[in-house]
Design a protein around this ligand. Structure first.
Ligand code: AQP
Length: 345
């Protein structure tokens, strides 16, 4: 059995500024994993164009998301940080995986259904094939651990299915070329951020999302203290005071979400939050929530602003990251070409 070196891969789309859901659901975990793993963090710009993007805004968002990674604690000296479109092997391996994955597998993906909405006939083919590109992103680096929010669980399962099918379909060729019994690892999803599913501030049943048309639905990492205070004050709640125990949050999605956000920002269990605020009304709780959110996010926002003032520096970091990523990607793709039968280039 081939042994795979532990390696983390994950990415975020530069479709908009990052928000609290991206931060608590994935980024906090990304930062921690740098202490224990080799990490590769990507700004997944090829994924971004699965929905229409303004080219100028996309270019700016790529730099802004890279700045957010660094401001949150991703260290380009320890982790590889780059944007996906600079490494052409992502698209090349995705094509091979388009020929490995089955239509039925992709038809089951709930994210495509949600994003395509009722007008499925008019959705980009790339939006449908999004999960095969995601599988290529991870497997190009033989990623073994993928820290993500809960919404990505289904795509990770598909990545494992694709890796498994590739390993089975090409088993003879993999062995013949001396690559052992299995070529790709089956990556493990690591859904363990402080809040793996942060919900919209306007609707506690919908996830907080970059593409939500209302900016009041999310707290962006670029929001200043006033914007955070306004959004939290306007956040939807219900008329009851906060319960003293977690069971009392059942059927109260907005209360549950705000308590979860507060707990995650302070890194304490929900029970501790309810022990402190049980019986309090929302205006008291929201003031406390604004304070912790501002405390936690202000240093990140400040650092993003500082980094964004020097786009050349960010571009240099992305170029160096792409150089390192390409070295690994080229090796994997060269092997895949041989395994599939294209021969070396
Ligand atoms: N609301 C959320 N709660 C917890 N985790 C979340 N993530 C996203 N939203 C939440 C996690 O953040 C990482 C990056 O996500 P992405 O940029 O690839 O896109 P997404 O999952 O589709 O996030 P958005 O914000 O909803 O973007 P749009 O609106 O552009 O599609 C992932 O690990 C994700 O799980």
């Amino acid at each position: 059995m081939t042994q795979f070196k532990d390696r983390v891969f994950s990415g975020m789309q530069p479709t908009h500024t990052l928000h609290l859901g991206n931060y608590l659901g994935a980024m906090v975990n990304w930062v921690r994993m740098q202490d224990t793993h080799d990490c590769i963090y990507c700004v997944v710009d090829l994924h971004a164009i699965t929905m229409p993007q303004d080219p100028k805004a996309l270019a700016a968002n790529i730099r802004e998301v890279a700045a957010a990674y660094i401001a949150c604690g991703i260290d380009p000296a320890r982790s590889i940080l780059f944007n996906q479109s600079r490494v052409h092997e992502h698209a090349e391996l995705a094509w091979v995986f388009n020929c490995v994955a089955r239509m039925g597998w992709l038809n089951r993906m709930t994210q495509f259904k949600e994003k395509a909405g009722k007008d499925r006939e008019n959705a980009a083919v790339g939006l449908f094939a999004y999960p095969t590109l995601m599988a290529a992103d991870i497997l190009l680096y033989k990623g073994t651990h993928v820290p993500v929010g809960e919404d990505q669980k289904q795509h990770l399962e598909l990545t494992r299915d694709i890796a498994q099918k590739f390993n089975n379909d090409f088993a003879a060729s993999i062995a013949e070329h001396g690559f052992g019994e299995t070529f790709f690892p089956l990556p493990e999803p690591m859904i363990q951020g402080p809040a793996t599913r942060v919900m919209s501030l306007r609707d506690g049943t919908k996830k907080m999302s970059k593409s939500d048309p209302s900016d009041y639905a999310r707290i962006n990492l670029t929001d200043d203290a006033d914007a955070i205070a306004q959004k939290v004050r306007k956040a939807k709640t219900d008329p009851e005071p906060l319960p003293s125990e977690a069971a009392g949050l059942a059927g109260r999605p907005e209360a549950d979400n705000l308590v979860g956000i507060y707990a995650a920002l302070r890194d304490v269990p929900r029970e501790a939050v309810l022990a402190e605020f049980g019986g309090a009304n929302f205006s008291t709780f929201k003031s406390a929530l604004v304070d912790v959110a501002v405390d936690r996010l202000a240093p990140i926002t400040g650092e993003m602003r500082r980094l964004s003032a020097d786009p050349g520096h960010i571009d240099a970091i992305l170029a160096e990251g792409a150089r390192k990523a390409s070295e690994i990607a080229a090796g994997t793709m060269d092997a895949v070409r041989r395994i599939v039968g294209f021969g070396p280039r």
